[in-house]
Design a protein around this ligand. Structure first.
Ligand SMILES: Nc1nc2c(ncn2[C@@H]2O[C@H](COP(=O)(O)OP(=O)(O)O)[C@@H](O)[C@H]2O)c(=O)[nH]1
Ligand SMILES: [Mg+2]
Length: 227
């Protein structure tokens, strides 16, 4: 594949993110050939705002981010899909850095690592402690199983070749989709790389993850995909 063949789609995942969606869209628009919003059945103005900026908005049922990711893989027109959260926590300037190794033919999935880029969100309270240690543990297991050296398998900010994404058979409905994507990519023998990227605190509203309620889902998903 040559450079000119690679069209990049940024797919913004948004469920009730009216406070931040406009700035997020504006920040990625100049960095890609297509910007889409996957709206998780928002009850606020998220979708209207996206459409008013001339961006195509697709809807999932709002059952979870995994459904949204699958929707993006179905509808994206680009050869490379960069997934981007709508809450202002990702560094848009890193979009081209995530796409670059795929464009260069050196990787199939590139995950933005908060362990390498720093995070304003991971740390400071119990819930964040569990998220950080859980995430480190999952990376450890994945590294052991596939002989890789990854640090962050949970970050939603990542780029993937659409062709590869379509072969993975992703099944998860919720936030476990991120680690499922990493494991299935490795399992199929595709190449996973990381690029450092800083994570900012979500700029409005609250995370839709309640750690204690979902911990078992992450553990079960890890076991299921490891074997
Ligand atoms: N399309 C879609 N996006 C969702 C859904 N649930 C959450 N999101 C988005 O996924 C992103 C990450 O969610 P967030 O609650 O910030 O999780 P955290 O960053 O891991 O704490 C945000 O931009 C949410 O708006 C959903 O059901 N569908
Ligand atoms: Mg967030």
């Amino acid at each position: 594949m040559s450079m000119v063949d690679n069209k990049v789609t940024v797919a913004i995942m948004a469920r009730n993110e009216e406070a931040t969606i406009e700035n997020v869209i504006r920040s990625v628009l100049p960095l890609c050939q297509e910007t889409i919003v996957v709206d998780g059945n928002s009850t606020d103005r998220t979708r209207e705002i996206a459409e008013s900026l001339g961006v195509k908005a697709y809807r999932d049922e709002g059952r979870g981010k995994g459904d949204g990711i699958r929707k993006a893989i179905d509808v994206a027109e680009g050869d490379i899909i960069v997934f981007f959260d709508a809450d202002g926590s990702h560094e848009s300037a890193d979009v081209p850095r995530l796409a670059a190794p795929i464009i260069a033919g050196e990787a199939d999935l590139v995950v933005a690592s908060r362990w390498k880029g720093g995070s304003d969100e991971l740390g400071g309270d119990w819930s964040m402690f569990i998220r950080s240690t859980g995430s480190a543990f999952i990376a450890l297991m994945i590294n052991h199983r596939w002989h890789v050296k990854l640090t962050d398998c949970e970050n939603g900010f990542r780029a993937i070749s659409k062709d590869v994404a379509q072969t993975l058979g992703l099944e998860e409905t919720g936030f476990t989709i991120e680690q499922e994507m990493v494991m299935k990519t490795l399992k199929k023998g595709y190449r996973v790389q990381e690029v450092p990227s800083h994570e900012y605190s979500r700029q409005a509203g609250e995370s839709q993850i309640t750690v204690w309620k979902v911990l078992h889902k992450f553990a079960w998903n890890l076991i299921k995909n490891m074997f």
